[in-house]
Design a protein around this ligand. Structure first.
Ligand code: GLU
Length: 285
């Protein structure tokens, strides 16, 4: 019997905030293909309750089944995992790596436009936070605050920085985390959003470990976020999977597809009579 511990496990982790389009079909099929003969999991990333809808979630199941994909049930839903995210957040807090931040987007914009700041650095989460609240203790946290990672402290805490393996077409190789890049380009990322109890970065790291994901397969727009994820894995003493960031499917003008682009939604193509084989052809698989 094959040893299941050595089998690959990948996942497709959509957020039910719109209809799946050709780009999602590509991501799901590439992930499932890379899992073979291991296991392909579906995870519903529904922490943003205001934007997630049950009809979008049902459409994810319908579209992926129609494409011929199979995955174990029940699927992991992030909205059911808040206790696990809180435990991880508390672990980082108890290491002294977090602080509460009460800055609004407007405050951050104003701080970044101050003449002495120069051009703001743009990282995986947009403009890098200027650190206004960095000296606030966790004891001062108010219910409307977000919780940020103190990147400089996290780097000091870890000392030797980990590396990860990437097998995707654009960035294949071994990547070591660089303190300068993390400080300047990622900065004090948000770990818990106002009202969410978690952020994308924290939830994805906790869930990939909980699900025993060995190969994270996802779009190359998330490549830079991987440096933050690998740092969080090290701080939380979680294993680092290997990564495969695939190219993005673009429209005829070279723009990446968006969920609001209904014309390329799988359900619209299906309603017009497309078959799963047509979809594979359209995305070059
Ligand atoms: N939920 C994310 C998205 O829909 C994907 C996250 C990931 O694969 O790490 O873009």
């Amino acid at each position: 019997m094959a040893c299941s511990a050595s089998l690959r496990r990948t996942r497709f982790a959509p957020s039910p905030t719109g209809w799946l389009h050709l780009g999602h079909a590509y991501a799901a099929l590439v992930a499932a293909g890379r899992a073979d003969p291991g296991q392909f999991l579906l995870r519903i990333e529904d922490i943003d309750r205001a934007r997630c809808r049950t009809d979008y979630e049902q459409a994810i199941f319908d579209d992926l089944e129609w494409l011929g994909l199979k995955w174990p049930r029940p699927v992991l839903r992030q909205s059911n995992r808040m206790d696990s995210y809180e435990t991880a957040l508390n672990q980082l807090i108890s290491l002294g790596l977090c602080y509460p931040c009460c800055c609004t987007r407007g405050d951050i914009r104003a701080a970044l436009s101050a003449p002495q700041e120069g051009a703001p650095m743009i990282g995986p989460d947009g403009p890098v936070y200027p650190g206004t609240c960095r000296a606030r203790p966790m004891a001062a946290a108010g219910s409307g605050d977000v919780i940020r990672l103190n990147m400089a402290r996290a780097l000091d805490h870890l000392g030797d920085l980990p590396d990860f393996t990437e097998t995707g077409p654009t960035h294949a190789g071994h990547h070591r985390l660089h303190p300068d890049w993390l400080r300047r380009q990622a900065g004090d990322v948000v770990l818990a959003r106002r009202g969410f109890g978690t952020s994308y970065h924290l939830a994805v790291v906790v869930d990939d470990a909980a699900q025993g994901i060995t190969d994270v397969t996802r779009g190359e727009d998330l490549f830079e976020a991987t440096f933050v994820h690998v740092l969080l894995q090290a701080a939380l003493e979680l294993p680092t999977p290997s990564y495969h960031h695939h190219s993005l499917i673009r429209d005829s003008e070279g723009k990446r597809l968006a969920k609001r682009d209904d014309a390329r939604a799988l359900r619209s193509l299906r309603a017009q009579g497309a078959t799963p084989a047509d979809i594979r052809r359209l995305i070059g698989l």
